[in-house]
Design a protein around this ligand. Structure first.
Ligand code: PRP
Length: 181
């Protein structure tokens, strides 16, 4: 059943849950015996992060940064705002930055979050994203764990929004071109 305002379900709840279970297992294996810190990039990552951590079987800590690039538009502005920066001491921590989607790459690149983590003496820094829209990349950012690679559609749900709405959809859907808010 398609939620109102959306055109096509791209990923169902079951598909997303199964992939997050696999990612959780991978991360649990890769970081066994290490100090693992997951940093969620808000707002979009909040649902993915919540599900991911419950599929990781090793001890971990969590922090958040709030970055924003899109404003009210459906295309990246390349204008990244740091709304709230990191609080955790990352020294000696093996950090995984958690994103809902990497699109142009500008958010991770312009925020300089990865550089800041390295200069804060993180033991290692990796990126985990639920969605990778690699076909739209404008700047090269390292992405180490990918849930799904997707084509160039504007997607909503599972934390991702259009003008603040649709984040609560349990599936990932393409937005209907006719949607106006
Ligand atoms: C989205 C998403 C990523 C970014 C990816 O954030 O959460 O942070 O866009 O796009 P990019 O690779 O083209 O920079 P958005 O700015 O929409 O804010 P939000 O997380 O609060 O929805």
């Amino acid at each position: 059943m398609l939620p109102e305002g959306t055109r096509e379900v791209l990923l169902t709840e079951a598909q997303i849950a199964a992939r997050i279970q696999e990612l959780g297992q991978l991360i649990s294996d890769d970081y066994a015996g290490k100090n693992l810190l997951l940093i969620g990039v808000l707002k979009g990552s909040f649902i993915f992060l919540a599900d991911l951590v419950r599929n990781i079987s090793i001890p971990l800590t969590i922090d958040f940064v709030t970055l924003s690039s899109y404003g009210d538009s459906t295309t990246s502005s390349g204008n990244v705002k740091i709304i709230e920066s990191l609080r955790a001491n990352v020294s000696g921590q093996h950090v995984v930055v958690v994103e809902d989607i990497v699109d142009t790459g500008w958010t991770l690149s312009m925020s300089r979050i990865l550089e800041d983590l390295h200069s804060g003496n993180a033991a290692s820094v990796k990126v985990c994203t639920l969605l990778d829209k690699r076909c739209r990349r404008e700047v090269d950012v390292p992405v180490d764990y990918v849930g799904f690679e997707i084509e160039d559609r504007f997607v909503v749900g599972f934390g991702m929004d259009f003008d603040g709405l649709f984040r609560s959809l349990p599936m990932i859907a393409a937005l209907d071109e006719k949607t106006t808010l």
